[in-house]
Design a protein around this ligand. Sequence first.
Ligand SMILES: [Zn+2]
Length: 211
Amino acid sequence: MSALLSETTKLRDQIVSVGKSLFDRGLTFGSTGNISARLSNGEILMTPTNASLGSLEPGRLSRFSAEGVHIDGDKPTKEAFLHQCMYCKRTQSGAVVHLHSTHSVAVSILANIDPEDVLPPLTAYYVMRVGSLPLVPYYPPGDKALAEAVAARAEKSHAVLLANHGPVVAGKTLLDAQYATEELEETAKLYLLLHGHRTRPLTPEQRRALG
Ligand SMILES: [Zn+2]
């Protein structure tokens, strides 16, 4: 088996298992959310339109050329551009996860959040895995203006939060992107749990020390 074929098979299987894990734990529902991964030749594998992340089939994932043209597999999701604009700006990223996970979406709907960096540095792992989280203004699903708005923020941050929609998170590997998305969701949950309480987030010095 060629190295590329073996890499492709492994990534396809990994996308299926990450999708099932996210679905089984309620981090995604219905046919919402999508996962993608970039191969060493620049091609991108992505979960297709109308697919439940809980029951993906490795051979049916949508495959795109490095230029973003659909090559084969099922019909692509109309959110494919969200992934492509992350890869375009984050050339070292090997995977992107986008979910409509409940707590992250809830935070994205709150009035008075800081659009430059939505969540405070509540824990060290949030700082290390997510870092900063800019808010992308609301656009209807599939609106191409959303791509430009995401791309503008993706230059500085590998995680962005779409207002009234959900997170888009890039990572060096698929596991990195998965873990960062989960850390974001859990931190959003903590943030909501802490509502109305006096809190003590990490200090700027403590945050800086994490790199
Ligand atoms: Zn979405």
